[in-house]
Design a binder for this molecule. Structure first.
Ligand SMILES: Cc1cc2nc3c(=O)[nH]c(=O)nc-3n(C[C@H](O)[C@H](O)[C@H](O)COP(=O)(O)OP(=O)(O)OC[C@H]3O[C@@H](n4cnc5c(N)ncnc54)[C@H](O)[C@@H]3O)c2cc1C
Length: 403
């Protein structure tokens, strides 16, 4: 009996290979939006899947809000799109503004959905537990992975004790710093940008309704997006990382650059960040697959990282499921061996999509940097002329919405 083949049940009902090693057909490390989504897609196909998540509880620290149109297809397959639509705001218009006047207006059709990331994760987690009540193990931190002939074993720590969880496949969805990627020694192409941002959620005092607004101002870009519950997110380009900034500081920057008055007392989230880009050399190593930020981290400016990760999950779920089901029912197929070209083609396609999103984000960041008043006026006047053309508007809105 190979170590990755189930031979008996453990106390919690999962199959086991040795007294101390649980076995699941697919082991996902990381219960962020991408790991949870893949868990749901696999559980819907009847696969025995487990998600190992280091955090005992979900963080409410806000990151992603934008769910782009291609992600709706994946979330519909996961059975959560209606729930998320009901909890979010549909963003159907984008405006670029300079000194209080619109430079360009774009229609987003279909619209982008804005939902705070913790709500998205909560919704996916509830769906996963509905399909497979024991599929999420919180408080389990993976520390390494050993590749086995026809599987892999995750070494992890839980409550101070070492645990081992084997799978026919292991998926690393453990985020941008991916400990599993490090343990496998997969090289990463890394790039740091000079840009820094200050971001915060406040009561919406604007008249912009459900429009996203990019203020192209000389001191640096100010972006604002509607959120559910009458809240608006503000993201401001800063000269350097302002880790100790207060809501009052962000409100002052917003007012100085755009004239909008934001009430610091209504702040529910404040965060300062710099920008990294990371692209793993490969998404596949034996029977370990990297997806989401573990495989590719793109700049939050452009807000495409979570959707990219969900598209990875959509691409790999059928491959994983077919291989697992073939092995389960003894069809004798060994997906990664029989179809290496197919797996490699899917991985290449996903890496290309990530590289393209990174290029778009790079352009967005360049557009948001400070510029001398005369140059900014000339550039924005040129944009105003250009965006009278419907083909340019339609190309730009497709680019912003990942279509
Ligand atoms: C400020 C900001 C704004 C953003 N805005 C957007 C946006 O609007 N739209 C968008 O699409 N994207 C956006 N992003 C990017 C988005 O947040 C990420 O792309 C997304 O969270 C990636 O999901 P993930 O599941 O791959 O990784 P993560 O969300 O990082 O989740 C990884 C999970 O793995 C767990 N983990 C880590 N190590 C281990 C371990 N050793 N063992 C077990 N578990 C482990 C972590 O606890 C975490 O829960 C933004 C990012 C930032 C920083």
């Amino acid at each position: 009996m190979t170590p990755d083949t189930p031979d008996r049940a453990t106390a919690d009902g999962s199959a086991s290979t040795r007294a101390d090693t649980a076995f699941h057909e697919v082991v996902i490390v990381g219960g962020g939006p991408v790991g949870l989504c893949l868990g749901v897609l696999l559980a819907r196909r009847g696969i025995d899947v487990v998600v190992l998540e280091a955090r005992p509880e979900r963080t409410r620290h806000s990151r992603a809000i934008g769910i782009h149109p291609p992600a709706r297809r994946v979330l519909a397959a996961a059975g959560v799109v209606e729930t998320l639509a009901a909890r979010g705001v549909e963003l159907s218009e984008g405006r670029a503004r300079f000194r209080g006047e619109d430079v360009a207006r774009l229609d987003f059709d279909p619209p982008v959905l804005a939902v705070p990331q913790w709500i998205t994760e909560q919704t996916l987690e509830a769906r996963l537990l509905e399909l497979a009540p024991r599929a999420l193990r919180r408080g389990v931190r993976a520390v390494g992975v050993e590749r086995r002939g026809s599987g892999a074993v995750v070494r992890a720590v839980s409550g101070g004790a070492e645990v081992r969880v084997a799978g026919r496949w292991v998926v690393a969805a453990d985020g941008a710093r991916s400990p599993l990627r490090g343990a496998l020694g997969i090289p990463v192409l890394e790039r740091r940008y000079p840009d820094a941002y200050l971001m915060g959620d406040f009561a919406d005092t604007t008249a912009d309704g459900t429009a996203a607004v990019l203020h192209l101002e000389c001191g640096g870009i100010v972006e604002s997006f509607p959120l559910p519950g009458g809240v608006r997110r503000w993201v401001v380009h800063t000269d350097a990382l302002e880790a100790d900034a207060t809501p009052a500081r962000l409100a002052r920057l917003v007012q100085e650059r755009t004239g909008a008055v934001v009430d610091p007392a209504s702040s529910t989230m404040l965060s300062a960040f710099t920008v990294h880009e990371r692209l793993a050399d490969s998404m596949l190593r034996g029977r370990v697959v990297l997806i989401g930020d573990a495989a590719h981290e793109v700049s939050p400016i452009g807000g495409q990282g979570m959707t990219l990760g969900w598209l990875d999950a959509e691409a790999f779920a059928p491959l994983l499921a077919d291989d697992v089901l073939a092995a389960r029912y003894g069809f004798g197929s060994d997906g990664a061996t029989v179809w290496p070209a197919l797996w490699a083609r899917v991985a290449d396609g996903r890496r290309r999509a990530a590289a393209q999103a990174a290029r778009h984000a790079g352009l967005n960041m360049a557009l948001g940097r400070p510029l001398a008043p005369r140059l900014m006026s000339v550039r924005n006047a040129a944009f105003r002329g250009l965006y009278r053309t419907s083909a340019v508007r339609s190309w730009t809105s497709r680019r912003f919405t990942m279509q």
